[in-house]
Design a protein around this ligand. Structure first.
Ligand code: GAR
Length: 216
């Protein structure tokens, strides 16, 4: 049984999708804790209602180093096998990412390595991209880079706005992120150099590490 700790900053809809899939699909894992860096993170209420341990580690007014050290101590108190960044809007120190090397994942709303950082959809529209998407990846010290686990792409419409793209992409994120975490929980996912390697499932099938379209 693997312990999963999920970090959020706000709404927490990806966290919610992971919690639901873990229960519905009977993963060999438990959500050990949900940790927020903002007291008003809406997702905390869902976690509490589902009797998941919650912690709040306020990030405001602290140096990056001090916050990350405090955060790591709280995370480690839950003995995590995997730490999941789910809309966790903080840049992490290299020291923090290396502490959890190979057991720290993130979802980013672009087809990495395109558009790391903020305002991904506005930048994709500005560049005239015909596909937009999301990427689940292992976290390394290099912001929004690291071995790619799964990507999903959707077609960009002529009248898309950053908001409409984000709204159409979110349900797709809710499919790929739980899928990636199930793979990890099943012990089938590992980092090999710059790449994430997925081993076949019990039936000997290798599931695709990509998804296209909104009918996920
Ligand atoms: C998601 O769209 C996620 O991809 C994005 O924030 C949103 C969080 O929503 N993450 C980032 O931008 C990370 N740089 P949620 O709180 O409802 O899961």
């Amino acid at each position: 049984m693997k312990n999963i700790v999920i970090l959020i900053s706000g709404r927490g809809s990806n966290m919610e999708a992971i919690v639901r899939a873990c229960a519905a699909e009977g993963w060999p894992a438990r959500i050990a804790a949900v940790i927020a860096n903002r007291p008003d993170a809406e997702g905390l209420a869902f976690a509490q209602a589902n009797r998941i341990a919650t912690n709040m580690v306020e990030s405001r007014g602290k140096t990056r180093e001090a916050f990350d050290a405090e955060l790591a101590a709280v995370i480690d108190s839950h003995a995590p096998d995997l730490v999941v960044l789910a809309g966790f809007m903080r840049i992490l120190t290299a020291e923090f990412t290396l502490r959890y090397a190979g057991r720290l994942v993130n979802i980013h709303p672009s087809l990495l390595p395109a558009f790391p950082g903020l305002h991904t959809h506005a930048r994709a529209l500005e560049a005239g991209c015909k596909l937009a998407g999301a990427t689940v990846h292992f976290v390394t010290p290099d912001l929004d880079h690291g071995p790619i686990v799964i990507q999903a792409a959707i077609a960009v419409k002529a009248d898309d706005t950053p908001e409409s793209l984000a709204a159409r992409l979110l349900p797709v994120e809710h499919v790929i992120y739980p899928r990636a975490i199930r793979w990890f929980a099943e012990g089938r996912l590992a980092v090999e150099g710059t790449r994430a390697r997925l081993r076949p499932n019990a039936d000997g099938n290798i599931e695709p590490q990509w998804l296209f379209g909104e009918d996920a």
